[in-house]
Design a protein around this ligand. Structure first.
Ligand SMILES: C[S@@+](CC[C@H](N)C(=O)[O-])C[C@H]1O[C@@H](n2cnc3c(N)ncnc32)[C@H](O)[C@@H]1O
Length: 402
């Protein structure tokens, strides 16, 4: 191994390499601050063994710094890219407490080289918790686990002897791609269970309410309360969150091939509920177990017919993008020509605004919204929304339940 390939400690003050904050690739890799803080707030401190927190693919170091700030533990970040390693070193300097921090430029798979530096700078300590957010192909809709960088199995194998086994086993948080298909999820879990037999494993799907799964993580040991537990998190803009939890289902939703009818309550459900298999937890949270009809299995806008309105304080409300009573079925798909008659319908039902929640060409979307606003702008009334019927050939105009 040449000197250049050996891991080296990065000093943010002395390092000649400046990071390029504006790089698009770099920004797309960053974990949003709100998620870093949420994760750090969720680590059950008392369940994590002694030792340091390791991020062997640390990127900007934002997540590592959030853990360090919250847990007041020593932190070690390893990053292959020299520019990002400097960024990581900078992030860690914001930790003002007495704990040691180390930003290392090198290969996160080189556990021996990294540990040699850790021993020199921090002492003879082990890893209390390993967090990894591997890089993956940016634009692929699906990808295989072998495309993760660093690759998961060699990474976990390289570190397995340096992980502290606490009362609850090794504590890992693997930040996986939300695009990972169920087959790959099973592969990841099999690797974890093979390398760390008997450890508790928990899966978590996180949504920020934009109609998609934002993060998919697997937690083990002290980070997982119960083996086989599944959680859905709806993280709100102010950092508060709602939780739905249950046990891993086997995609037990029976999708009915029926359409809602006028007067029924139609709901668009957060996709995390479907992807995590927490249908029953959603129904219980809504106070309507066994009474909800699941009618449209869609990636962005799964749809259900509820038995009754969701109460303001029920857990499932946070996992419902929107719900309302069906007022009218409109034939055809959304286009500019139908706006006048749509606005006339909206006025007939006392709606002063209609949110477009159906498929719509993005170029047309603004025109349609502006035109509707122009017509309905002066009216007073309740809010409505428009969704696609499951067959895609018609629309439902609904009155939103506030
Ligand atoms: C998804 S990013 C991590 C982003 C990080 N969570 C953040 O918020 O900045 C993955 C990082 O792993 C780095 N990486 C890939 N292979 C690596 C390896 N073998 N060793 C260390 N870092 C690696 C990439 O350079 C990239 O910065």
């Amino acid at each position: 191994m040449s000197d250049l390939e050996r891991p080296r400690i990065v000093n943010p003050e002395m390092d000649e390499l400046r990071f390029d904050d504006d790089s698009e690739v770099f920004r797309r890799l960053l974990t949003p601050e709100i998620i870093c803080n949420f994760r750090a707030s969720q680590v059950p401190f008392s369940r994590i063994p002694d030792g340091f927190i390791l991020d062997p693919a640390a990127g900007s170091g934002g997540q590592l710094a959030a853990y360090g700030e919250k847990l007041r533990r020593d932190c070690v970040g390893v990053e292959l890219s020299p520019q990002r390693a400097v960024h990581c070193a900078n992030s860690l300097t914001r930790l003002g407490h007495d704990s040691a921090t180390l930003a290392i430029c090198g290969d996160g798979l080189d556990s021996e080289g990294v540990m040699a530096l850790v021993r020199k700078k921090i002492g003879d300590v082990k890893v209390a918790m390993l967090h990894v957010d591997p890089a993956r192909p940016l634009d692929a809709q699906n990808h295989s686990i072998s495309e993760m960088e660093p690759p998961l199995r060699p990474l976990l194998e390289a570190w397995s002897n340096y992980l502290e086994v606490g009362e609850f086993g090794v504590s890992l948080l693997l930040d996986l791609s939300p695009r990972l298909a169920s087959k790959q999820q099973i592969e990841v879990e099999a690797i974890v269970r093979e390398l760390f037999p008997d450890v508790n494993v928990m899966w978590e799907w996180l949504s920020r309410g934009g109609g998609r799964v934002d993060r998919l993580t697997i937690h083990t040991g002290g980070l997982a309360q119960e083996d086989g537990e599944v959680r859905c998190i709806r993280l709100h803009r102010d950092g508060s969150f709602d939780v739905l939890s249950g046990r891993m289902g086997v995609n037990d939703i029976e999708w009915l091939n029926i359409d809602p009818t006028v007067g029924e309550i139609l709901a668009l459900i957060d996709p995390v509920v479907i992807r995590s298999g927490l249908r029953v937890a959603y129904e219980i949270g809504a106070g309507q177990e066994g009474e909800i009809k699941w009618v449209h299995d869609s990636d962005r806008r799964p749809m259900a017919i509820l038995n009754e309105e969701l109460q303001g304080d029920c857990t499932s409300r946070a996992f419902t993008s929107i719900h309302g009573r069906v007022e009218e079925r409109i034939e055809g798909s959304l286009n500019l020509m139908m706006i006048d008659s749509l606005a006339a319908s909206a006025m007939r039902y006392g709606l002063s605004g209609v949110q477009i929640r159906c498929a719509c060409d993005p170029k047309m979307h603004t025109k349609i919204v502006n035109r509707l606003d122009l017509i309905l702008g002066d009216t007073e009334g309740e809010r409505g929304f428009l969704v696609d019927a499951p067959d895609g050939n018609s629309l439902f105009l609904c009155k939103k339940i506030p």
